[in-house]
Design a protein around this ligand. Sequence first.
Ligand code: GTP
Ligand code: SPV
Ligand code: MN
Length: 593
Amino acid sequence: MTNNKYVLSWIDEMAAMTQPDKIVWIDGSDEQAEALRAEACSTGELIKLNQELLPNCYLHRTAVNDVARVEGRTFICTPTQEEAGNINNWMDPNEMYAKLKKLYTGAMKGRTMYVIPYSMGVVGSDFAKYGIELTDSIYVVLNMLIMTRVGNNVLEALGDSPDYIKGLHAKADLDEENRYIVHFPQDNTIMSVNSGYGGNVLLGKKCFALRIASYLGRKEGWMAEHMLILGLEYPDGEIKYISAAFPSACGKTNLAMLIPPEYFRKKGYKVWCVGDDIAWLRVGKDGRLWAVNPENGFFGVAPGTNDHSNPNALATTKRDTIFTNVCHDLDNNTVWWEGLNDNPPKNALNWRGEKWDYTKYDKNDKVGTSGAHPNSRFTASAKNCPCVSSEFDSLTGVPISAIIFGGRRAKTAPLVYQSFNWQHGTFVGSIMASETTAAASGAVGVVRRDPMAMRPFVGYNMGDYWKHWLEMGKIIPNAPKIFHVNWFRTDDEGHFIWPGFGDNMRVLLWILDRCAGKADAVETPIGYVPYAEDINIEGLDISRDTIRDLLSVDKEAWLADVENIKDFYKLVGDHVPAEMYDELEALEARLNK
Ligand code: GTP
Ligand code: SPV
Ligand code: MN
């Protein structure tokens, strides 16, 4: 435990409000975790899976109304609304504290409050930041034990300092109408109530490592981004690092754990995973941008994960994993999800825990008829990933050569293009758009602008966030080059044209060749696009003409997009930096030329 008076008095205050029966400190030991798993199994909160096939694996089901992040109920409570900006929900902090106090009062009666001291980043490293989450959910404790670094060493590293992020989570009644995910950046405080789902309750993840951290990063001169980090190893052993921002459920985990196509594998190419969701980036002494993954595990999308799409992720989930809202195969007490294989279990419970009939599956009503919820997830330890990078625990992180933005665009965006420079690259990030996915509640498949894949995660004014990107560009002497990719262009029948997954490596190679000055490019109105001949398609059943199609830039579609961007900039409001408008005008002028 600790003598830190800031920690102890805060816990006293929170306990006085929530009134738990008892308080248990989480020490990070296996014994304690095992006892908690046993307790959760005894109450039905967890289901112990087949320990021969899936050692130390468990299944959890959330409430049916609580299956994704709730952006509409997520708030940034800065003293003024202007600081939070137009993209975030805002409420006056005092008003919000008063509202929350009512919801938390007595919320833990009859329950246990767990105190989780955790670190985002390697404990004791320059990058690390500490947090304490108070929760009444064993599921949250067990997930935090996988996703973050938990234990007494965190309290030792914190010492007497008040410098930690306070997080209070109470399940309360899981009442949708009173569900709140609230951030008070000035108070280093996160409060979550009436949810039990992933990003709403694992407070180290989106709440701390993105929303609060982005706010701190701006103050302290670094960046917190919704990015994977991977290392691409060449046959000669050299490794180049890339970070990439795609919106939720748009392919970060898949790209981070990519297995190169056979042609490249045989030559000795490899890909190493440093992170699949969040990157903290700082300028190194050598003037390059260095990245760490502050997390310790993966909270990955289950559906679509299989032996072909992402064998590394699948292997990672074979032990020590908590599955959330997947299908339960009763015959062998294992799990299943859509896209795992073509053999849906015949004797199974769906994600709601009801008897499931796979013959009724209707892809137009996935939530209603699927075995696994479309946003069902696995929580798995990074250490169990076959391709985890040897730099995973590095104290300094890895140097980034290229930053990639990307989204799901059926038409407009080409397979890949490069920005002209950092400012233009920031603009490219600011105009990112993607079709929405099941990772957040709401309609799926609607195009929305999602700047830097951070629309739901910037802890302050979006316009100021872009300004911060521009400022960072000025203090990184050897800045990464900025690119944009789109794996999701479709043909007239709606089929994906690009094979994606492992074959995305072919695009990464062009990107790194550009960074090394080894590849030419065509200058187009939107940026530098590869010559079709420069995308290596060895061993791939796809024609040069198809590649040309994938790389084409449709001026009419882009001009329509420009109008949409103007509206979006207006929505972001008067903090949009002048440089972004300059870039928008220049883009329009180039398209009209
Ligand atoms: P979050 O964890 O929500 O932040 O998402 P993520 O970006 O890590 O998403 P993930 O890698 O789990 O991708 C989710 C979905 O994208 C799955 O349905 C995948 O099958 C699909 N996907 C990933 N990569 C590709 C690709 O290269 N091509 C196609 N067509 N689909 C892909
Ligand atoms: C996302 O939605 O981007 C996720 C899952 O990575 S959650 O942790 O729920 O935010
Ligand atoms: Mn994410």
